[in-house]
Design a protein around this ligand. Structure first.
Ligand SMILES: O=C(O)CCC(=O)C(=O)O
Length: 262
């Protein structure tokens, strides 16, 4: 199979709605490779991953990993030139109408039967003011997804409404944020393995908790205008932003060094 090119209708849809589903985009052999690397992270999540919904009552040894969060690009540099990354950069540049380049990725896995939603948020709520309208995300689920196991939901057209106030989620000690959206604009995007979603950096989005019997795994890739003048840890952040890496690799992905590496 060859990776698809964006059509004018897809570019127009993205511009109006702030998100897009691309069906059957990623080749199965590439999905298998992504999943092999990500399963390696899952097997050693205590050392390689954050618990993105870390319950404040749990010690670091007891983290129950309701959302596993790691940075494959930091752990596996051999993935640098993979086609799903270069394709998503090209496709995303066309959708956004400006050139973007790969910035970082995240492996996000939701434990079966013990997970939480990834609450409504805008990526710009994390990335800061320098990213205004200058980023796009390509989300690759590694199994079929729907509302029972954590598919994407978008707030239709809300990328044109600026950045909403965000807050930390009470009871958690990770850096995860949430915001309020207009419920009447919510679009759920159930998709099959191989399909992806793109969203604009100001599009509010969320995924539901995983109520299935299997892990819900996804690789999300973030693309920024290369002219953005700062790294993830050095910028013009909103006041609600916290940076709380739990491992060396997730610290490095934030542009930070742990104390023993300094
Ligand atoms: O996979 C998830 O749970 C959330 C992904 C997300 O928020 C993103 O890709 O921007």
């Amino acid at each position: 199979m060859s990776y698809p090119k964006p059509t004018d209708a897809q570019v127009a849809f993205f511009d109006e709605h702030g998100y897009l589903v691309v069906q059957d985009a990623i080749a199965e052999h590439d999905l298998v490779e992504i999943e092999t690397f990500c399963d390696g992270i899952l097997a050693d999540k205590e050392n390689l991953a954050n618990d993105w919904a870390w319950d404040e009552r749990e010690s670091s040894e007891e983290r129950s990993f309701r959302i596993v969060q790691a940075n494959p690009f930091e752990l596996f540099p051999e993935l640098d030139d993979q086609i799903y990354r270069t394709w998503a950069a090209t496709f995303g540049s066309a959708l956004l109408g400006r050139a973007v380049a790969f910035k970082y990725d995240q492996f996000l896995a939701k434990r079966p039967g013990h997970s939480v939603p990834t609450w409504w948020h805008q990526d710009e709520g994390y990335w800061g003011r320098a990213l205004t309208n200058r980023g796009i995300t390509c989300w690759i689920p590694l199994q079929d997804v729907d509302e029972t196991n954590g598919c994407m939901h978008f707030s239709d057209g809300a990328h044109r409404r600026g950045v909403f106030p965000h807050e930390r989620v009470p009871g958690l000690k990770s850096d995860i944020l949430r915001c309020e959206v207009d419920d009447s604009k919510t679009i759920a995007c159930p998709i099959r393995r191989g399909s992806v979603t793109f969203h604009h950096s100001a599009t509010p989005h969320m995924t539901t908790e995983n109520r299935s019997r299997r892990w819900r795994k996804a690789l999300t890739q973030h693309f920024w205008d290369p002219e953005v003048p700062h790294g993830p840890a050095g910028g013009d952040f909103y006041e609600w932003r916290v940076i709380a890496p739990q491992t060396k690799s997730t610290a490095r992905a934030s542009g930070l060094r742990t104390e023993d590496e300094a």
